[in-house]
Design a binder for this molecule. Structure first.
Ligand code: NAD
Length: 377
């Protein structure tokens, strides 16, 4: 058993339900996953120490072709401990790329992978670790949150296979807000709302617990505040640091509790219609929250409070408008005639959600998300 397996439960009872007037007693299971987080501007400079701490001698640096320059900086900071740069990470982790990366890691005798980038690059690190248990040091440069989760995804043909495995959870995460300076504002905003989605769904998760709820609420607050700060002044390092801190918390929530309607819908839309990940999350979130609003009043209250808004779904919708990010699926190229199929696929795979998934209201949700109209329950 590695240190990445779930630690023994600290407090054990069965499912957590939101507290209700008739049932005020806590009931939940809380387990945690071990990873080391180093946070702060300039923390990239600690990479050599972190590789040493893992006892590794040959670190293979992973990145996308676009982020090769950042990866070369990491490689040179590592000096003789670098096993070079593998710059082939791509969206959705295609199996061919994963295989090439695994073979390359073997051929250079890597004993650790350093993934610098967003969810796609960290996902490639996870694909290597899934087979080899190679320890990963993640250096996230977006707010997506993959670095804090044991969730992997690999695409073969047109099918993205996802799963959970403790071996893929990065051992160490270096959060350095200076690395996000080059992230274009639009990408930063949609990535931040993507992270908020993890925390929002974590607040009504079937297996939620009070500790994750604290992190979720604080994560949403920090991200909303940080993203607004970046909108006012794209060079504001304090706002960038606050956003990244929020992303860490939201990533923790994603890694520790189950997601529901919103994440399933985005997975369907992204997978079937090839829509961009973070933008899709940004557009769908207010509508998914509106759908669940009556069934999860406590979660909605906490989301609204974290946003400084009077209601959760409206609050997210307004935040997106304030940040000037896309608000309609039609603007991502989805066709109106695809909505029936999207609804059918989303209905075909049953999963837990605080409100039952029903075809007519789900189809109405998709219509509103497609048009970009205000969310409605
Ligand atoms: P991404 O990793 O696909 O990156 C998008 C583009 O932005 C890439 O070209 C990348 O090189 C570039 N980029 C990233 N950071 C940059 C920076 N600071 N400056 C300049 N360019 C930068 O985008 P993402 O939204 O981070 O990740 C999306 C993917 O991650 C999806 O496939 C999603 O399914 C996955 N994901 C997985 C988990 C998980 O827990 N497994 C969690 C969240 C997301």
């Amino acid at each position: 058993m590695t240190e990445h397996h779930h630690a023994p439960p600290i407090i054990t009872k069965r499912h957590h339900e939101p507290k209700r007037a008739c049932d005020d007693m806590y009931q939940f299971t809380y387990s945690t996953q071990a990873s080391r987080v180093v946070f702060g501007a300039g923390s990239l400079n600690l990479i050599q120490e972190e590789v040493d701490t893992l006892g590794a001698k040959r670190a293979l640096v992973l990145c996308t072709p676009e982020q090769r320059a950042q990866a070369e900086v990491v490689s040179s900071l590592l000096g003789p401990s670098s096993a070079g740069v593998f710059a082939e990470a791509r969206m959705h982790v295609p199996i061919e790329v994963a295989r090439r990366a695994r073979e390359h890691a073997k051929s250079v005798q890597a004993d650790c992978a350093v993934a610098i980038g967003g969810g796609s690059t960290i996902g490639l690190g996870k694909a290597i670790a899934l087979e080899s248990a190679l320890p990963i040091i993640a250096i996230p440069t977006t707010y997506a949150g993959s670095e804090m989760t044991p969730i992997y995804g690999i695409t073969e043909g047109n099918l993205k296979r996802t799963g959970r495995d403790p071996r893929v959870l990065p051992r160490t995460v270096l959060y350095d807000p200076e690395l996000l300076v080059g992230l274009p504002a639009k990408l930063a905003f949609v990535s931040g709302i993507n992270a908020i989605a993890h925390a929002a769904e974590g607040l009504y998760a079937q297996d939620g617990n009070p500790v994750m709820s604290l992190m979720a609420e604080e994560g949403i607050r920090a991200l909303a505040n940080g993203l607004r700060g970046l909108k006012r002044n794209p060079r504001d390092m304090t706002a960038r640091s606050e956003s990244l801190y929020g992303a860490w918390l939201c990533g923790m929530v994603l890694g520790n509790v189950g997601m529901a309607l919103h994440h399933k819908l985005c997975h369907t839309l992204g997978g079937t219609f090839d829509l961009p990940h973070a933008e899709t999350h940004t557009i769908v979130l207010p509508h998914a929250l509106a759908y669940n609003s009556v069934a999860s009043p406590d979660a909605m209250e906490r989301i609204a409070r974290a946003l400084g808004a009077s209601a959760a779904a409206d609050g997210i919708y307004e935040l997106a408008q304030e940040l000037g990010v896309p608000s309609a699926l039609r603007d991502l190229g989805l066709k109106e005639e695809d909505l029936d199929r999207a609804c059918e696929i989303a209905m075909s795979n049953p999963y837990w959600n605080p409100r039952a998934i029903e075809a007519a209201p789900l189809r109405a949700l998709l219509q509103r998300a497609w048009e970009g109209s205000r969310p409605a329950p």
